[in-house]
Design a protein around this ligand. Structure first.
Ligand code: NAP
Length: 203
């Protein structure tokens, strides 16, 4: 088991953090609002801690669980503190009017993060195709992910597997934009009858 750092203290931080702690990982929460990080660490329990926003994370898998428009700024703010880490981008960059994505092919949030990430940090997109509430249910799930670095992807796949999920490798960073559309597809399906307890699966 390993230490997982999560930047953010919202719904996804709670869902992923709770599941990770339940499956034996040590969870560190880091939020711009230190009180929220402390409260979530307490809620998660199982030895979860609150770290300092902007400081070197305790874990080398760092989940960037902030809204999409803030992700690049947050990674830039951390700067060299993220050297050598695996940055897990979970964002869904939906336009505010729900008409599509705010990103374009070749310029996904994961690719934007990779462009500002420090030397030796590797970006993997994951979790964005699963609703937080479904993650929290702790059932078996297909977890689609994509990224460039083979070792980083292997570490993320092992982490997903440790949570009782089936890691489904979609390819390199160029596939991260497709994963963003997959997140949009999921919401469309949920809105049009499947419901928000639905999950995408590969058979
Ligand atoms: N909810 C889902 O089911 C779901 C599913 C898949 C993917 N996602 C993606 O997961 C990410 C997090 O979603 P969520 O549902 O957890 O959202 P949320 O509950 O609104 O939490 C967002 C977190 O981001 C932080 N944040 C926002 N702007 C920030 C900034 N400029 N600097 C630092 N921190 C900032 C917030 O901090 P404050 O509390 O201080 O504002 C909060 O901790 C989003 O990108 C979303 O697209 C969500």
């Amino acid at each position: 088991m390993t230490t997982i750092s999560i930047i953010g203290a919202g719904n996804m931080a709670a869902a992923i953090g709770t599941r990770a702690a339940k499956h034996g990982h040590t969870v560190e929460l880091m939020s711009r609002d230190a009180g929220k990080a402390r409260a979530l660490a307490e809620q998660i329990g199982n030895g979860a801690t609150a770290g300092t926003f902007g400081a070197r994370p305790a874990g080398d898998i760092v989940i960037v669980a902030v809204r999409h428009a803030a992700a690049v700024d947050v990674v830039t703010h951390y700067g060299d503190a993220l050297t050598g880490t695996i940055l897990v981008d979970i964002t869904n960059p939906f336009k505010t009017d729900a008409s599509g994505l705010a990103t374009s092919q070749g310029n996904s949030v994961a690719q934007q993060i990779a462009a500002v990430a420090p030397e030796g940090a590797h970006v993997v997109k994951a979790f964005n195709t699963i609703f937080g509430g479904v993650i929290a249910e702790d059932g078996p799930l297909d977890a689609f992910f994509a990224g460039e670095d083979a070792d980083a992807k292997a570490r993320v796949a092992a982490f997903l597997e440790s949570l009782g999920m089936r890691p489904r490798d979609a390819g390199g960073l160029e596939l991260t934009h497709a994963l963003e559309w997959a997140g949009f597809l999921l919401v469309g399906l949920a809105d049009n009858g499947a419901g928000f307890d639905a999950a995408l699966a590969l058979s």
